[in-house]
Ligand binder design. Sequence first.
Ligand SMILES: Nc1nc2c(ncn2[C@@H]2O[C@H](COP(=O)(O)OP(=O)(O)OP(=O)(O)O)[C@@H](O)[C@H]2O)c(=O)[nH]1
Ligand SMILES: [Mg+2]
Length: 497
Amino acid sequence: MASLCTGLAPHVSPRTAAGLRGVLARLAAPLQVAVAGRIKSGKSTLVNALIGRRVAPTDVGECTRLVTRYQYGTVDRVEVVLTDGRKQVLPFDAEGMVPAQLGVDLATVSHVEAFLTNAVLRDLTVIDTPGLGSLDADSVARTEAVLHQSGLDPVSRGAVAGAEAVLYVFTQGVRVDDRQALAAFTAATAGREAGPANAIAVLNKADTIAPETVDGADGDVWKAALLLAERQARTLKPRVADVLPVIGLVAESAETGGFSSADADALRKLAELDPATRETMLMSADLFTAWECDVPQGARARLLERLDLHGVRTALEAVDAEPAITAGALRRKLLDASGLDGVRGKLNAVFRARADGIKAAAALASVSALAAASGDPNERQRVHNAIEVLLAKPEAHQLRLLEALTLVASGAVGMPVDLAEEVLRFGVSPDPVEQLGMVGRPPEAVAAYALERAGWWRSFASFGATPAQSRVAHVVHRAYFLIWQQVRGHQRVRGRR
Ligand SMILES: Nc1nc2c(ncn2[C@@H]2O[C@H](COP(=O)(O)OP(=O)(O)OP(=O)(O)O)[C@@H](O)[C@H]2O)c(=O)[nH]1
Ligand SMILES: [Mg+2]
């Protein structure tokens, strides 16, 4: 993609050339992941947990209404980018956060760039977005109106569309069958279709789920969250690779030092209360802070703010199991209970492992858009020809596969359900055996299956498929063929040994 851009630049109009330079710069930069979702769904809290530092203001402040890009820099600083392109540099506030008040007229602000020395950001830029507007109206028509008028302002639309991958934040407030939410999230990626290769969803605030409302949860909050996430996944796939439950607040406190040794001391004291008092206090936030007990109210309020009731209960259970537990070990327990490791793992598997492919696919979409926007038909043709040449190269197979996945996921190319599912499996993991759903099976079986499917897709491409299906089928055929070659290669090596 990079050589396509450099090759084309001297032969196109200055405007298109400037666009190509933009695409080139993006290709060289870390993968950009936007965190998107409804207002107050816990996006900024999750951003902090992922970065491992409390930098994004949550709850209040002007910044929750602005797009903020957290990226790697050698010096910590905040830049407020104005709509006229000027920048104002600000320091982080006394607590190390992006200042809640910027001291600039918000109407003149485009977005905020925050540079941090955190290692996590070396290969991932995280974009915090303002929440999508309220979507509780019943009609889809109204949802559309909300989205196109006020639900998502042009700046955040640009940020999300500009992002190469998306992490959608849901809460259980979104019903499984909530088509509106789905429509909203699809629209949020305007310009770049979301699919299993570039989108993941989380069911956030899992701690607030009432387990008795979920069949099969046996009163267990985390089990309820897993079941709900699974149900949401059924509705949201193939738009997203997966839906994972997470407790962003607990993850943030455990990862950013928000949970202190004073908090651990307070918990140890609370654990010593008689069981009846403790149960009563854990019934509600009000009871927890107002009840008469030895632990100062301020310390309890702090615990609630950092962990909420479910987090406090989890921590108390850890203390019960190990009364002398250190603050560090308690923090680790909380992190485990938050589900953040699962989200990180998914981010790595879906985004990081394929960052080059995702970036190239995004660049391809941008270059196509640049060509479409050009007024000169010759220029359009020149760009299209260059893309055709690129896609015909064997190395472009990954790119074609990601594109095919997106076409099928978005419904742009219609497929019978079982075939669509088969195609979309290529998106679940970069590991070929997982893609075939054959983990643990002997290589001979994997190779035989890949070969059989390669043959099937080849004939489907030639007979019975529409032209659009046929293009996808060719790519799928090749994907199976390459897996067959790879697995057979391993077998040979083993045979020789
Ligand atoms: N109980 C609980 N509360 C959470 C969790 N995550 C976030 N919150 C709380 O939810 C509120 C909103 O969190 P934010 O992170 O500011 O949400 P946001 O989506 O960034 O909000 P906007 O940017 O205003 O749309 C805060 O009070 C958080 O403490 C969670 O996992 N559990
Ligand atoms: Mg926010």
